[in-house]
Write a protein that binds this ligand. Structure first.
Ligand code: ATP
Ligand code: MG
Length: 473
């Protein structure tokens, strides 16, 4: 992916402009000026080549200069646009040759400033539009993700495979937040210039413990393509009536010409995933596509899987203390490590659950919050479980449900397959399929090498399995 123009400074820009002007009328090449947003926008909007677009922008820049510093504009026109030798120009403007050179240097500096400011303004406007598309972030600080963030950033930055990157993990683990943080960072650093963001989120869990339905419609392939086209092909008239067959090639062409970073959030809710994934594969060539999903999609080719892990105890404690400070919860702010360990033992490193607990300490004391979570008492505990587990649980067959219910018997480091078979009393072939399904749904984690994999569950899943699940059975 291209490095953006922020990498360019006014100092680097000036010699480029000088070089271009010196080759005016023959021999000029757009060079690195061609990478400027201003140039690309002018090329597209006015249907010009890069070379023509640079020329147009410089002529207009000199016109602007003329209104403020006419002498400087004049020397640039005479010297470069009209191609006169410096001694002729000096004569024309009644200056010595050294004085004319000095004026030319000043004029180049002023022109560079004009162009540079225009470019920055264009970029700032673009970034603002991108951030508006993302909406306000739901976090104000993210903990424990630095390494993961820089790993994914590297993938996004590399101009080669993988084009499709999947952030996967259980509900509330931080997939959307990571994608959001990544886009913001990449845009500000100039790693990406164009962003598309489409969400398929169906439900929103409020930290007050309530579930709201999302306003966005159910996502289908057609809806996704239309949504992306509206974001990315804003300067292209779209066919009416809209058809995927007509628009997909247009989208593909633009994404090939101008590398984008596209995010599709909550892929697990997309109704026709089997049509969507091939469409996304077509689009992801020069552009990168970042997907988030609660389901692993392990069977899909061409997907690079990034599992979002739970927060470590240290990061979880930092998050809890930060939340306590932010909301001015004295009890939590003063909590000792034992109290924080007790929270971690109940909800583990799931940031959504941690934030819920932190918020609840405003109204309840900590032991009763944790008991409510393990006993699935109270509205917010049962809504949290609904939000994270209900769909996945309902999609399991009886064998998979039985397998999951055995998991609380596993020690923290997990169980190996033969022991799990023994404990569950299931036939190995049945258990094999059930585990496959549960791992794909991120309900069970599989760690270790191919031969000696160990199966374990998150503490939050453990708490969920104690009581809540019995109510659903
Ligand atoms: N690393 C983190 N540090 C602090 N807060 C976090 C972190 N990751 C996520 N959060 C917070 O936890 C909550 C859940 O995160 P997020 O919505 O990103 O999860 P998700 O994996 O996308 O869930 P879903 O499967 O429901 O889409 C949000 O309020 C978010 O701000
Ligand atoms: Mg999400």
């Amino acid at each position: 992916m291209q490095i953006g123009f922020e990498e360019q400074t006014a100092e680097k820009l000036q010699p480029e402009i000088h070089r271009f002007l010196a080759g005016w009328g023959g021999g000029a090449a757009a060079g690195s000026l061609g990478k400027m947003q201003l140039v690309r926008q002018a090329a597209r909007q006015r249907d010009l080549s890069s070379l023509q677009a640079v020329a147009r922008i410089l002529v207009e820049g000199i016109d602007e200069l003329a209104s403020r510093k006419p002498e400087q504009a004049q020397i640039l026109r005479l010297r470069f646009l009209d191609g006169l030798a410096m001694h002729v120009v000096a004569n024309r403007i009644n200056r010595s040759e050294p004085a004319a050179y000095k004026l030319q240097r000043k004029a180049l500096r002023s022109l560079t400033d004009i162009i540079y400011r225009q470019e920055l303004a264009l970029k700032a406007g673009r970034n603002e539009a991108i951030f508006a598309r993302l909406g306000a972030p739901e976090y104000d600080r993210l903990f424990g993700i630095d390494e993961l963030l820089s790993n994914v950033m590297e993938l996004v930055q590399s101009p080669s495979q993988p084009w499709l990157i999947l952030l996967e993990g259980i509900g509330g683990i931080g997939k959307t937040s990571l994608a959001d943080a990544l886009v913001r960072k990449a845009v500000v650093a100039g790693v990406v210039e164009h962003v598309g963001w489409v969400t398929a989120r169906r439900q929103i869990f409020r930290l007050s413990g309530r579930i709201d339905a999302a306003k966005t419609p159910t996502l289908t392939t057609a809806a996704l393509v239309e949504n992306l086209a509206n974001q990315i092909l804003r300067d292209t008239p779209l066919p009416v009536p809209f058809t995927v067959e007509q628009v997909l090639p247009l989208l593909r062409q633009r994404l090939n010409e101008e590398p984008h970073l596209i995010v599709v959030d909550n892929l697990e809710t997309v109704v026709d995933l089997e049509t969507l994934l091939p469409a996304l594969r077509l689009l992801a060539r020069h552009s990168k596509i970042l997907l988030t999903s609660r389901r692993s999609l392990l069977a899909e080719a061409h997907l690079y899987h990034c599992q979002i892990p739970e927060l470590s105890p240290e990061s979880a404690f930092a998050l809890l203390r930060h939340e306590a400070q932010l909301r001015n919860v004295h009890a939590l702010a003063a909590a000792d490590d034992d109290a924080l360990h007790a929270i971690y033992a109940t909800v583990g490193g799931n940031p959504l659950a941690l934030r819920l607990v932190a918020g609840q300490t405003l109204v309840h004391d900590l032991p009763s919050i944790l008991v409510a979570l393990t006993n699935a008492r109270g509205e917010s505990a049962s809504q949290l479980y609904n939000f994270i587990y209900r769909n996945a649980w309902d999609s399991l067959d009886e064998i998979a449900q039985r397998t999951l219910l055995v998991m609380p018997l596993a020690p923290p480091q997990g169980l190996v397959f033969p022991l799990l078979a023994q404990t569950s009393g299931l036939a190995e072939s049945e258990l094999y399929d059930a585990l496959d399904r549960l791992v794909r749904l991120n309900l069970i984690d599989r760690r270790g090498d191919l031969e000696n994999g160990r199966y374990s569950i998150h503490p939050l899943t453990q708490s969920f399995l104690q009581e809540q699940v019995l109510r659903w059975k």
